[in-house]
Write a protein that binds this ligand. Structure first.
Ligand code: DAH
Length: 351
């Protein structure tokens, strides 16, 4: 085989090797085998020196043509392999956009939150706005300004969690506690709104230093109501509570009013509705009386109006307060109030 034939043989074998190359790694090997420093084509270049002088230019020219041809063929092949490899990669990592997504577990509101929202809606329809007062309260707001002086035996009705005062607190302001009822909010709204008439509900958590049992927790919700105006009478109170009972417990509710005592109202009443479970026939929930107590209420005591900044000679008002867990306990026959704070999903998921 003369040198020209040898050169053609290198060309043939290089083109063939390119044809069979199927992946990037083959291309690297090919480049090294033919075009690299010790590659076959480079060897051909080196052999020029051994040719007779007159053949050298023709050989050199042919060699350059072949080099250019191989380079072009290499690039074309490389392009093709790259494209194929990319397609394969895309296919392997493909996302099927038609697959259904994984469901995101959605929670729902706690039974108490659901109850509160129903209450807000009902009172919203009756023209009451929601007013929020603090959980950590001054002793004076929780007791004294509500006509419950320190010596008064009624304080025993509200066993109290005391709170250590922050250092920056003004000593004159008195002691701090966790509110034992939502009633101190009455003083706060009055002092803020005077001399406007008032129609608000004051929802929130209350705290009492009590033994925890199936019937009593040391934390629970109340919703307080307060209306202050120029000509408010006890019939407005009874009408409002009756409206609420019908909207909350269902149409046709009867209510019953009993005389009672609270230091911050005069006169004071307790309101019952006919039992929501037995409709007044008598059952375990109403202890066979046919009635369930739903709220404490009364006409705002003159001393309390005055402490709120409203002159009792000109203004009058009514107030009421009721629990939030108790009504839903009755409604769903929940026998243990501790379930409301136990975070047991088996309970919470039922509502
Ligand atoms: N604050 C009372 C309690 O926690 C409930 C109450 C009774 C609120 C009568 C009132 C009211 O506004 O008029 O036991």
């Amino acid at each position: 085989m003369n040198s020209f034939e040898e050169l053609e043989a290198v060309r043939q074998s290089a083109l063939k090797a390119l044809e069979t190359a199927s992946q990037s790694a083959d291309l690297t090997v090919w480049e090294k085998t033919y075009m690299g420093r010790k590659g076959a084509v480079t060897q051909q270049l080196r052999s020029i020196g051994q040719l007779p002088a007159e053949e050298r230019p023709i050989f050199g020219q042919r060699l350059n043509e072949i080099k250019a041809e191989l380079q072009a063929a290499f690039e074309a092949r490389a392009e093709e392999i790259k494209r194929r490899e990319l397609a394969r990669e895309l296919e392997a990592g493909a996302v099927d956009v038609t697959l259904p997504g994984r469901p995101v577990p959605a929670g729902h509101h706690h039974l108490t939150t659901q109850t509160l929202r129903r209450i807000y809606k009902i009172f919203g329809q009756l023209g009451f706005e929601v007013y929020e007062a603090p959980d950590v309260e001054l002793e004076s707001y929780n007791f004294d300004l509500l006509n419950i002086p320190a010596y008064h035996p009624a304080r025993d009705m509200w066993d109290t969690f005391w709170v250590a005062p922050p250092e920056e607190q003004d000593a004159d302001e008195g002691r701090l506690l966790l509110r034992t009822h939502t009633s101190p909010g009455q003083i706060r709204v009055m002092r803020e709104r005077y001399p406007e008439p008032i129609r608000v509900i004051l929802p929130g958590k209350c705290y009492r230093y009590e033994q925890i049992t199936a019937r009593s927790e040391h934390q629970f919700y109340q919703v307080e109501g307060l209306a202050v105006g120029r000509e408010i009478t006890i019939t407005d109170l009874i009408g409002t509570v009756h409206q609420f009972a019908e909207l909350f417990y269902g149409r046709g509710r009867k209510i019953r009013v009993r005389s009672s005592y609270f230091p911050f109202t005069e006169p004071s009443i307790e309101v019952d509705t006919n039992c929501i479970l037995c409709d007044g026939q008598g059952c375990g929930v109403c202890k066979y009386t046919g009635w369930l107590e739903i709220a404490g209420a009364g006409m705002v005591h003159p001393v309390v109006l005055e402490n709120g900044g409203y002159d009792p000679a000109e203004w009058s008002g009514f107030a009421f307060g009721f629990g939030v867990e108790r009504p839903s306990m009755m409604r769903y026959s929940v026998e243990d109030i501790r379930l409301y704070y136990g975070n047991d999903l088996r309970f919470l998921r039922q509502f």
